[in-house]
Ligand binder design. Structure first.
Ligand code: PFF
Length: 377
C-alpha cells in the first residue's frame, strides 16, 4: 500500500511551521546587518517593495506546486517537465534546489552552533555563576569546536524530525512558537528602553535614497529569497502537506506578512543593542556575536536578558533548520523508496555534516580558501 502523505493536523500547525521555517537567523542576524550595510531606511523600503513584487508570487508558486503535485521538489519538478521537451532542465532545477538546501543548512548549522555556544555560556553563568570566555575569537580559532557545536545542533534537529511531521514538527512548533513570541515581546520592550530610540528609529525608517547603490538591489533580492526560503524547495514540501480546501494565495500572503513583520521587529530588537554597544549601526555579520554578549554582561540583570536573547535566537535558528532538513528528508523518502523516515533523517544529517566541515574550518584550516574575496562562511 502506498504511504499516505501526512497533512497538518491543524491549520494552525501549518502556519506555525511555515512561518517558523521562514523566520530564522535571516531575520534576527542577517537582515539587521544587511540593512546596516545598505544605509538603513531606504533599503528597508526597497526590501519591502521587492518582497511584495517578486517574493510573494514565488512563495505562492512554490506552495502551489507542492499542493497540486502532492510531492516534494524532486518529484514535483520531474512531473512538471514530463510533457515538455525541456524535461531534463526541470529536473535539474529540482536537484539544484535540494543541493542548495544541503549547502545552506551546513553553514546555517555552524552559525547556529555559535548561538548554542553563547546560550550555554549564559546558562552556565546564570545557573552556576561560572565565567566563560566571551570573545568570538575562541570560536574563530577553533574550527573543530565550531564543527562539534554544529553537529550538536544537527542532532537536536534530527531528534525532532525522527518523530515525523505530525508528532515531531507540528507539536514542536505548537509549543515553541507562542513561547518564542512572548520572549521576543519582552526583549523588544527592554531593548527599546536602552537608548534614546530616536536615532535608531531615524536610521531605520527615515529613507535616505542617496545611500542606495547598485548593489542594494541585489542585496535586497538575495535577502528576500533567503528570508522567505525561496528556491530551496522547502515550500514545495510544506505545500504538499496542505489540505485540499486551503486557498494558497491567502496562505502565502499570511506567511509573507508574518515573516516581514518579524523582520521589522528583529530590527527594533537588534539595532538599539548595536548602537548602544558600538555607537554605530550594525554592519558586520560577526558583530552580533562579538560585542552583544559582552554588552549584556554590563547591564543590570544582563545575564538573564542575554540568556533569553540567545534562547530566542536559538529557537529561531532551530525552526529554520528543521524546515531545511525536513525538505531533504522528505525528498529522500520519496525518491528512495527503501528508506524509512529514520534512515532518511540519518543520511540527510550526515550529508549536511560532511558539507559543514568547510564552513566550520573556514577560519582555521581553510582560512586561505576564498570565494571571490570572501571566506567560505
Ligand atoms: N528563511 C530562513 C531564515 O530567514 O533564516 C532560512 C531558511 C530556512 C532558508 C528554511 C531556507 C529554508 F528552506
Amino acid at each position: 500500500m502506498p504511504k499516505r502523505r501526512p497533512n497538518w493536523q491543524t491549520r494552525f500547525g501549518f502556519y506555525l511551521l511555515a512561518v517558523g521555517s521562514a523566520f530564522g537567523l535571516g531575520n534576527l542576524w542577517r537582515f539587521p546587518y544587511v540593512v546596516g550595510e545598505n544605509g538603513g531606511g531606504a533599503f528597508v523600503l526597497l526590501y519591502l517593495f521587492i518582497g511584495f513584487l517578486v517574493g510573494l508570487p514565488l512563495l505562492i508558486g512554490e506552495l502551489t506546486l507542492g499542493k497540486l503535485t502532492r510531492n516534494s521538489v524532486l518529484k514535483a519538478t520531474d512531473r512538471l517537465g514530463q510533457n515538455s521537451e525541456n524535461g531534463k532542465r526541470f529536473r535539474a532545477v529540482g536537484f539544484l534546489s535540494l543541493f542548495l538546501s544541503l549547502l545552506v543548512l551546513s553553514y546555517y548549522s555552524v552559525i547556529s552552533g555559535w548561538v548554542l555556544h553563547f546560550l550555554s555560556l549564559f546558562m552556565a553563568k546564570l545557573v552556576f555563576g561560572r565565567e566563560g570566555n566571551w570573545g568570538l575569537v575562541l570560536l574563530m580559532n577553533n574550527g573543530w569546536l565550531q564543527f562539534l557545536l554544529a553537529s550538536s545542533h544537527l542532532l537536536i534537529a534530527m531528534f525532532v524530525l525522527f518523530k515525523g511531521v505530525q508528532d515531531g514538527l507540528e507539536k514542536w512548533s505548537g509549543y515553541v512558537m507562542p513561547f518564542f513570541g512572548f520572549l521576543v515581546a519582552i526583549l523588544v520592550v527592554r531593548t527599546l528602553s536602552l537608548t534614546p530610540s530616536g536615532d535608531v528609529l531615524r536610521f531605520l525608517f527615515y529613507p535616505d535614497f542617496s545611500k542606495l547603490t547598485y548593489f542594494s538591489l541585489s542585496h535586497a533580492l538575495g535577502h528576500v529569497f533567503f528570508t522567505l526560503s525561496l528556491g530551496f524547495g522547502s515550500l514545495v514540501t510544506f505545500g504538499s502537506y496542505l489540505q485540499d480546501h486551503e486557498h494558497v494565495p491567502t496562505v502565502g500572503f499570511r506567511v509573507g506578512l508574518v515573516d516581514t513583520t518579524i523582520s521589522l521587529i528583529g530590527l527594533l530588537l537588534i539595532f538599539p543593542l548595536a548602537f548602544k554597544a558600538t555607537d554605530r549601526p550594525l554592519t558586520d555579520p560577526a558583530l552580533l556575536f562579538d560585542v552583544v554578549p559582552q554588552f549584556f554582561l554590563e547591564l543590570p540583570g544582563g545575564t538573564l536578558y542575554g540568556f533569553v536573547f540567545f534562547l530566542c535566537l536559538y529557537l529561531a535558528s532551530l525552526n529554520a533548520s528543521l524546515g531545511l532538513l525536513e525538505n531533504v528528508v522528505s525528498n529522500l523518502t520519496e525518491s528512495v523508496k527503501a528508506f524509512s523516515r529514520t534512515q532518511a533523517t540519518w543520511v540527510s544529517g550526515l550529508l549536511v555534516l560532511v558539507f559543514a566541515v568547510f564552513p566550520a574550518l573556514s577560519t582555521t584550516s581553510f582560512q586561505e580558501v576564498k570565494l571571490g574575496s570572501k571566506s567560505i562562511i
